[in-house]
Design a protein around this ligand. Structure first.
Ligand code: AMP
Ligand code: ZN
Length: 474
């Protein structure tokens, strides 16, 4: 069965075929966190889905080059830094660190690059793109000195969201603070500096200011992955206006199709409502850990439902995740015991991998994780029965363990085994503990980065700092 995904652009299931086939990696761009507060587990549903997608593509033999941006300059980060009375970089750093810590807890593979919007390299790229759009008549500077994208000049605007532009016009509602724009739907590419921005500003041909959120992703994906990318992901709330705007900007500059496959995950809900900062109905990863659950259990709870189906977060769901993982753990323990035994019993159980509808096939079908897990638990039931009846020999048990090893490269759900922390890492962790005790946060952050560079993640819990091996590191 060929690999296929639901493409938001066409609203159809499409076979996955690379535009320029050959030995080149898949270029994948995933919208990352806005670092004005700790990401909530709704955000992490999107990142876990993207992790599943990347890992499945890799299981199918592709190499994936994945970029995830860090949005560290926009209205909320500027406001947050101002209210905290600290420079923007200092304010966002704590949430960047928290993001990596939580992603490690959830065993999310690291992307190849995490570009930050405030990096001068990308600011330059954004300015270049905006200049190109102005020279093509696709953007203009308004009286308020900000630069806007002229959506009327881009006929494809609205294609991703399946949005009718004329409806937007017909409402005739123009908010007072948007009087500078030619069209209510025109969006900011460059925001002119105002007092509330403090010292957050960059020079540009249009005066001091800062980039709009949408241009950040267009510029960073183009800088790191080229004009055309294969897969672009995010949550469904990113479809409009963010991704629609990215298409307009990128295609407006290059004249080439920006993204081949758009994949969006449905929301994580609480009591039927989107989990969101603004609604105050959110939990962070540490909130869930404090309740006594593990990162592995949360990973399972976020992973187990098809990405296009809204998922209601409940503590019963967390308990179910715990039970499911316990079944997997018990099964693996039994198989390991059986694989080590010298058994002469005949093999009546089905050999791993010989089933008509396998785990991988289910994931080929638009990442149908529910079917894939259904298949796993059916296999667990059958092999347990075979072991109960003494019908499993060591060779079969080993075959099942090999199969598990293979599918676990996608799931990453095995219980943590105690790994010895290298001396160098342990020493750095101790120095970090000392720095924290002295409230030397700068030093503590530097040490965390050094620990991270050695492939370890440090997590601060109420019982002290814990070290875990970083997922995806060698
Ligand atoms: P933000 O930091 O708000 O830009 O969001 C980061 C990512 O999380 C984006 O891909 C959003 O679409 C996604 N997201 C935000 N809230 C939820 C939610 N409740 N469920 C799933 N994904 C979400
Ligand atoms: Zn984005």
């Amino acid at each position: 069965m060929a690999l296929r995904f639901f493409n938001t652009y066409s609203r159809e299931i499409e076979e996955f075929e690379l535009r320029n086939p050959g030995a080149r990696p898949i270029r994948m761009y995933t919208c990352g966190p806005t670092v004005y507060s700790r990401a909530h587990i709704g955000n992490f549903r999107a990142y876990v889905f993207e992790d599943l997608l990347q890992r499945h593509l890799e299981l199918r033999g592709y190499k994936v080059d994945r970029v995830m941006n860090i949005t560290d300059v926009e209205d909320k980060t500027i406001r947050g830094a101002r209210e905290a009375g600290v420079p923007l970089q200092k304010f966002t750093k704590q949430f960047k660190n928290a993001f990596f810590e939580d992603a490690g807890t959830l065993r999310i593979k690291r992307a190849d690059e995490y570009p930050a919007a405030t990096d001068q390299r990308y600011i330059d790229r954004m300015i270049e793109m905006i200049s190109a759009l102005i020279s093509k008549g696709l953007a203009y500077q308004a009286d308020d000195k900000s630069v806007y994208f002229r959506i009327n000049k881009f006929p494809d605007y609205g294609k991703l969201a399946h949005f009718d532009l004329t409806q937007l016009q017909s409402t005739g509602r123009v908010k007072h603070d948007e009087y500078d724009k030619e069209h209510i739907g025109d969006f900011a590419l460059w925001k002119a500096w105002d007092e509330a921005d403090g010292d957050v500003k960059w020079d540009s041909p249009w005066g001091p200011g800062r980039p709009g959120w949408h241009i950040e992703c267009s510029a960073m994906s183009m800088a790191l992955l080229g004009d055309q990318i294969d897969i672009h992901c995010g949550g469904v709330d990113n479809i409009f206006p963010h991704h629609e705007a990215e298409i307009a900007q990128s295609e407006g500059v290059t004249g080439k199709k920006f993204v081949q496959y758009w994949l969006h995950c449905a929301h994580l809900l609480v009591d039927g409502q989107k989990m969101a900062k603004s609604l105050g109905n959110f939990y962070t990863v540490p909130d869930v850990l404090t309740k006594g659950y593990t990162g592995r259990e949360l990973r399972y709870a976020l992973l187990r439902v098809h990405y296009r189906v809204p998922l209601n977060f409940t503590w019963e769901g967390m308990n179910e995740a715990r039970e499911s993982l316990a079944r997997i753990d018990e099964w693996l323990a039994r198989l390991r015991k059986c694989s080590a035994s010298v058994s002469l019993a005949g093999t009546k159980d089905r050999q791993a991998g010989s089933m008509p509808y396998t785990f991988e096939d289910a994931l080929d079908d638009d990442l149908n994780i529910s079917a894939a897990l259904g298949f796993l638990f059916e296999s667990i039931r059958e092999t347990n029965r075979a072991m109960d009846q003494n019908e499993m020999d060591a060779i079969s048990a080993n075959a099942w363990l090999d199969w598990w090893k293979r599918i676990n490269t996608v799931l990453d759900l095995e219980a943590e085994i105690d790994v010895t922390v290298p001396e160098e890492v342990a020493q750095l962790a101790q120095q970090r503990e000392n720095a924290r005790r002295e409230k030397n946060w700068k030093r503590s952050d530097e040490l965390r980065d050094q620990i991270s560079a050695l492939g370890w993640e440090v997590r601060d819990t109420k019982d002290g700092s814990k070290l875990t091996r970083r997922t995806g590191s060698a």
